[in-house]
Design a protein around this ligand. Structure first.
Ligand SMILES: [Zn+2]
Ligand SMILES: [Zn+2]
Length: 337
């Protein structure tokens, strides 16, 4: 029997189209072994889409991936981030310092930049959400300790030189790319669309594998925003998707449908849980919604996701919450019960 390999991957670069290179950069996360940055030919240099995460040794992976396709960080004329998560924005500070280029990103980046500026306030907010959601004291304290020892996976806080909003065009040798706002996965999320070649750079909005993730607590209804963002992208005529993780794919409408099905199933599971077990805290609802016990690995992700679904059901009139009195957690019920 062979032991599963624990060897970390190295950064790798490959050409996917003339003037388009995929830079595959390793990540330290279980189940998410790497992310993609995309290099696009632009005059005498490149536009770089996304950055990889910042951690010890991470910049060498980016340099190695670029070198494999005969590029260097100094060739970057413009850095564009699809959203401000660490795996897409983490090395931005180092890249713009080395390349002397601008950073363009959507203005709703506070979910990262404000949190990184004041980690204690961000942690206090998360702990308050967790407490309200019914997370018991012991796991709450364990989370607090591990969160204090973690960093944000970014080299530094850098703010965009230009707000990446609809109407802004990113110019490359393939032609101009248009900004499509796609909040949901993150408030700052955008996709970039090249109309003549029908290519979408999708960040984490559309991935080869359906894996919903939302930042809870920054916008009124992340799951609802995600569903709207799926429709916004569906209206585009596309033949190729360059995602933030994994390989390129072509059957984009099928991927959009698959995302809608997963969201609809989870919403249905939430409704069932409220019907059969309400009033219930979000924390107690998680294992019922997913059919699996909470573990330290999935707790944060699944609780945020469940809160986003409950919130979506609330804003669409299909669920309501009872105010927790005297520090009691909030409980969720069907309306009318
Ligand atoms: Zn992300
Ligand atoms: Zn990502």
């Amino acid at each position: 029997m062979t032991q599963p390999s624990r060897k970390r991957e190295l950064g790798r670069g490959e050409r996917v189209l003339p003037g388009v290179w995929r830079l595959r950069l390793p990540l330290p996360w279980p189940g998410v072994p790497h992310c993609n940055a995309w290099a696009l030919a632009a005059g005498d240099g490149i536009v770089l889409l996304d950055t990889g995460m910042h951690e010890p040794g991470s910049f060498a992976h980016l340099e190695r991936a670029l070198a494999q396709v005969n590029l260097r960080v100094e060739n970057v004329r413009l850095l564009v981030c699809t959203h401000a998560h660490s795996d897409h924005y983490g090395q931005a500070a180092t890249i713009i310092q080395r390349a002397g280029c601008e950073l363009w990103m959507h203005p709703n980046h506070e979910h990262m930049t404000r949190a990184a500026e004041d980690p204690e306030e961000a942690l206090a907010r998360r702990l308050e959400v967790a407490r309200q959601s019914g997370v018991p004291e012991a796991p709450l304290r364990a989370y607090e300790t591990s969160a204090r020892s973690r960093n944000f996976g970014i080299a530094g806080i850098v703010l965009p030189d230009r707000d990446l909003l609809p109407g802004v065009e990113v110019h490359t040798d393939l032609g101009p790319w248009n900004v499509v706002e796609t909040p949901g996965h993150a408030p700052s999320h955008v996709c970039l669309y090249q109309e003549e070649r029908r290519i979408l750079i999708s960040g984490d909005h559309l991935l080869g594998r359906v894996s919903p993730y939302y930042d809870y607590g920054y916008t009124p209804d992340p799951a609802g925003e995600f569903l709207e963002s799926l429709s916004r992208v569906e209206d585009l005529d596309m033949r190729l998707c360059l995602p933030g993780h994994g390989r390129t794919f072509t059957d984009i409408p099928a991927h959009i449908t698959a995302n809608r099905i997963v969201v609809a199933e989870r919403l249905e599971k939430c409704l069932e849980t409220l019907r059969d077990h309400g009033p219930i805290t979000a924390f107690d609802a998680v294992p019922l919604v997913y059919g699996e016990a909470i573990t330290p690995l999935n707790a944060n992700w699944w609780l945020s996701e469940t809160l986003c679904y409950l919130r979506h059901l609330e804003v669409t009139g299909r669920a309501r919450r009872t105010e927790g009195e005297h520090g009691e957690p909030e409980r969720w019920v069907l309306p009318g019960s």
